[in-house]
Design a protein around this ligand. Structure first.
Ligand code: G3P
Ligand code: MG
Length: 249
């Protein structure tokens, strides 16, 4: 299967450098870059007015000074929120980032991104893919982009919009299901992204043998990182890659 020539690093900053800056913000991505990360993982979803933004949760309570569901916000309303002060007062006033603003930063810094199409309850996976895929294709070269999702419909629509040589797709799983190979084939997947806590060595090795790249989330422990490396895992998402490097990664 022809895929873009992606040089994935072994450590990818999860939601930006989320251990040291408010997750999924421009500041978290700048911090990741300054810590030496070449790739970040970020979540994308749509506001009520259809604007794609970098955000993880279904609502804004945990990561801002506001309340309510993302799907009820307009861009103007979202921009009034403080998406940094919840993390630490030094980050107060950090705005929610749009996909467009984030892509501009990634281009400026020459960074790669694993953009997770986050389909929260009540959201439409097809529309999300239709908004995000063309925007990402227009902004970043093929070897700097990897889209992923837990949602099979979002992945299928993404694949219909861009072939495997144009766009690498990752299938996200918590526990790897028995039909993983079929689900990867259905979208000509480049990679599988799995929760390391449920992954077993035999399964990891059979997936690698089948030719899919394997990534694990969320790894903040050097022993786990080293064990996964011995199993042939290509890379991990970490909230604090620099800490793993300091410990010998
Ligand atoms: O994409 C890997 C990981 O981010 C998936 O889980 O909840 O952190 O988006 P979550
Ligand atoms: Mg994510």
């Amino acid at each position: 299967m022809p895929h873009p020539e992606i040089a994935l690093p072994r450590l990818i900053a999860h939601r930006g450098l989320s251990a040291r800056a408010p997750e999924n913000t421009l500041t978290a991505v700048r911090a990741a870059h300054e810590a030496g990360c070449r790739w970040v993982e970020l979540d994308v979803q749509l506001l009520g007015d259809g604007t794609p933004v970098i955000w993880h949760d279904r609502d804004v309570k945990r990561c801002s000074n506001g309340r309510g569901r993302l799907a009820t916000l307009s861009l103007a309303g979202a921009k009034r929120l403080d998406a940094g002060g919840w993390f630490a007062s030094a980050f107060a006033g950090e705005p929610m980032a749009t996909l467009e603003e984030m892509l501009a930063l990634l281009v400026e810094r020459g960074m790669g991104v694993n953009l997770e199409l986050k389909v929260n309850r009540g959201h439409d996976p097809t529309t999300l893919a239709e908004v995000v895929v063309p925007t990402v294709l227009a902004a970043l070269p093929p070897e700097q982009r990897l889209l992923s999702s837990f949602d099979a419909q979002a992945l299928a629509r993404s694949r219909a919009l861009a072939g495997p040589e144009q766009l690498a797709l990752g299938v996200l799983f918590k526990r790897i299901p028995d039909d993983w190979a079929e689900r990867c084939r259905a979208v000509a997947a480049y990679s599988v992204h799995a929760d390391w806590r449920y992954l077993r060595e035999t399964r990891a090795r059979s997936m690698k043998a089948a030719g899919v790249a394997m990534l694990c989330y969320t790894v903040n422990d050097i022993e786990v990182f080293e064990r996964l490396g011995r199993w042939g895992i290509d890379g991990v998402f970490s909230d604090d890659p620099g800490r793993l490097v300091d410990q010998g990664a």
